[in-house]
Design a binder for this molecule. Structure first.
Ligand code: GDP
Length: 445
């Protein structure tokens, strides 16, 4: 599938890093070199590759690295974030006109998948309670109008096509007429399919630009075949100059493409990828999410979720605040409970651990980790008064009995919790003098 090779190559690169204790500049250099080669082999444009690897290198050498992650994970995280950036950052939704109809014009080379896309988009919009109208303004290719009619039939969406003898051969007039028709008949979106040629040519550009000028679309979507490889950048630039567009649609992402177009076009044109087309049937279509695509390229969905969870459990600020509390002897049972609750979040990672190479240490700790223990501790602490939680010294025999009853535990359970708390406080106090403590369970992954 698309990105298969790139994913494999990147995974290989990261694997080589996994056992290392610390990232040396030499490690960073060799990793970046491998990433560069993998991207070039995937047909990503050289200028994009240079920019990308430059940023990864700078960040990997910099000191913003995340201490909760090991070196390989740090690199994965950086590469992931930079991939999301070159894919456009955040998701860009289709923009609708304040006053309907919303006009969407499609442009691109012949065979890019425009007509198919018109049907997909129409079907998708109809499902979302819109009332789209398809417009056949591709009057170049003999069968194009007919093809759009077939696609419209499949989507259950009407097609506006030139009447015989009226507007035949004049796509600008067809496009203009369609807007009036849509306004009269209350269609809320108009999707205009335009002519493409096999290669970029001036006539085609002029025609598309004329249509654009005539109907002033809310969106001009540049449709590009992901399999086009190194030509992606030149083609995209030609369309940007000739017609300009507001967004990109990548087609044939289901194919065996090496993915270079996907990674080059948004970054080179500065226009967001809005949709992805992933097959020949009308349902093979989805909004484009840069973050999901990056995870797909890295093929590391599980690792990334793990990183996120590890990060949220290991909030450095918080760890520092806790250390401060230990050092000043103001760590309370409430803090203790909070720490345990954080561990529970980590507990949910257990399931994923099987897929994660190089996580043996944490895995063992998590295996030994008993979720019920947290529930019991929670019950006991929640049965305490605020004053007791903040000052466990108050906990005499009768208070302990009350808490045991309130929480459905035994006095022995309560005693054992308080004992563990005191041990932990004592131990952590010592550690805290040396700096940030190791949050229990969150040692180096
Ligand atoms: P147009 O000339 O730009 O209108 O392109 P078409 O819509 O006619 O598509 C050209 C060919 O690509 C057709 O055979 C489509 O079935 C096929 N096609 C379009 N989109 C996709 C896609 O996402 N995946 C695959 N595998 N084929 C596609």
């Amino acid at each position: 599938a698309t990105f298969g090779t790139l994913s494999d190559r990147l995974a290989e690169t990261f694997k080589n890093l996994r056992t290392k204790g610390k990232l040396s500049p030499a490690d960073v250099d060799s990793t970046v070199r491998e990433i560069r080669r993998a991207l070039l082999d995937a047909d990503v444009a050289l200028e994009v590759v240079k920019d990308f690897t430059g940023k990864v290198r700078e960040r990997a050498l910099g000191d913003e690295v995340n201490k909760a992650l090991n070196p390989a994970q740090q690199v994965v995280q950086i590469v992931n974030e930079e991939l999301v950036q070159i894919l456009g950052g955040t998701q860009r939704r289709l923009e609708f006109a304040k006053k309907p109809p919303t006009i969407i014009m499609l442009a691109g080379l012949q065979g890019a998948g425009k007509t198919t896309l018109a049907g997909k988009l129409a079907k998708w919009l109809a499902k979302d309670n819109h009332t789209p109208l398809l417009v056949a303004a591709d009057l170049q290719r003999p069968n194009a109008v007919n093809q759009l009619q077939i696609v419209g039939g499949q989507a259950g969406v009407p097609v506006f096509a030139p009447e015989p003898g009226n507007g035949v051969g004049n796509p600008v007039k067809v496009a203009k007429d369609s807007i009036k028709f849509a306004t009269d008949k209350l269609y809320d979106t108009v999707i205009i399919d335009t002519a493409g040629r096999l290669g970029v040519d001036a006539d085609m550009m002029k025609q598309a630009a004329d249509i654009r000028r005539a109907v002033d679309p809310d969106e001009v979507l540049f449709v590009i075949d992901a399999m086009i490889g190194q030509d992606a950048v030149a083609t995209a630039r030609a369309f940007q100059e000739g017609v300009d567009f507001t967004g990109v649609v990548l087609t044939k992402l289901d194919g065996d493409a090496r993915g270079g177009a996907a990674l080059s076009v948004a970054s080179v044109t500065g226009r967001p990828i809005i949709f992805a087309s992933t097959g020949e049937t009308l349902d093979d279509f989805e909004p484009f999410y840069p973050d999901r695509m990056a995870s797909r390229i890295l093929d590391l969905g599980d690792v990334l979720s793990l990183i996120e969870q590890a990060q949220s459990a290991f909030d450095e600020e918080e760890a520092r605040a806790v250390a401060e509390k230990f050092a000043t002897d103001s760590f309370t049972l409430e803090d203790f409970l909070k720490q345990m609750q954080q561990l529970r979040n980590v507990g949910s990672i257990k399931k994923m651990m099987g897929m994660l190479p190089g996580a043996g240490g944490l895995k063992q700790q998590l295996e030994n980790f008993d979720e019920k223990e947290i529930v019991r501790t929670e019950a006991i602490i929640q049965s305490m008064t605020k004053a007791e939680r903040q000052n466990p010294k108050l906990l005499n025999g009768s208070r302990r009995l009350r808490i045991a009853r309130g929480s459905g535990m035994t006095v022995t359970d309560v005693n054992s919790l308080i004992q563990r708390f005191e041990q932990a406080s004592k131990m952590m106090k010592t550690v805290a003098k040396g700096g940030v403590p190791n949050v229990p369970g969150m040692g180096p992954i």
